[in-house]
Design a binder for this molecule. Structure first.
Ligand code: HEC
Length: 136
């Protein structure tokens, strides 16, 4: 009896897991029009040749996952560098409108999480404490 109950629970759990976990959020649906244009430009200008998101990409430039929300940097800072370059980053000929779209994309990426991954002290019962979206 116990055995069959466990088998039935297993089947139920599997059914639940495989039906509910597969209809996740579509990444592209999270981007509004401008951010989606920014994503296209990010590919067109091949920013990923030098930059990373979540540690993945080229390594000539810094990781851009949170540059749009980082204290001391942020959207204005990112926009200026995208438009004018620096001594180390080439000026790519990005127009003002394109820079706005790229910044909107960087802001959308920043809203997806933090990198490097934050160290979080677990609660004594092994769960995550309540996390705040602004990274505290
Ligand atoms: C040829 C390599 C290269 C390409 C291509 C490139 N970058 Fe950069 N980028 C760099 C380097 C190197 C830096 C660091 C500049 C410095 O510190 O002077 C940088 C810095 C930045 C920064 C500031 C990051 C920070 O945390 O200080 C942003 C934002 C940025 N790039 C965005 C972009 C975007 C958007 C694109 C595509 C349109 C792009 N970059 C294409 C090399 C590149």
């Amino acid at each position: 009896m116990i055995f069959f109950t466990l088998v039935a629970l297993f089947v139920l759990q599997s059914g639940f897991t495989y039906t509910s976990a597969t209809d996740g959020v579509k990444a592209a649906a999270m981007l509004d029009g401008r951010a989606r244009e920014g994503e296209r430009l990010y590919r067109e200008y091949n920013c990923t040749a030098c930059h990373q998101f979540y540690g993945l990409g080229g390594y000539m430039g810094p990781d851009l996952t949170n540059v749009a929300t980082q204290p001391g940097k942020g959207p204005g800072f990112a926009r200026a560098i995208i438009l004018h370059g620096t001594q180390r980053m080439p000026r790519l000929g990005v127009t003002e409108a394109e820079a706005d779209a790229l910044v909107a994309y960087l802001q959308a990426v920043a809203a997806t999480g933090t990198y490097p991954i934050r160290h979080v002290e677990l609660t004594p019962w092994g769960t995550y404490p309540e996390l705040h979206r602004d990274g505290r």
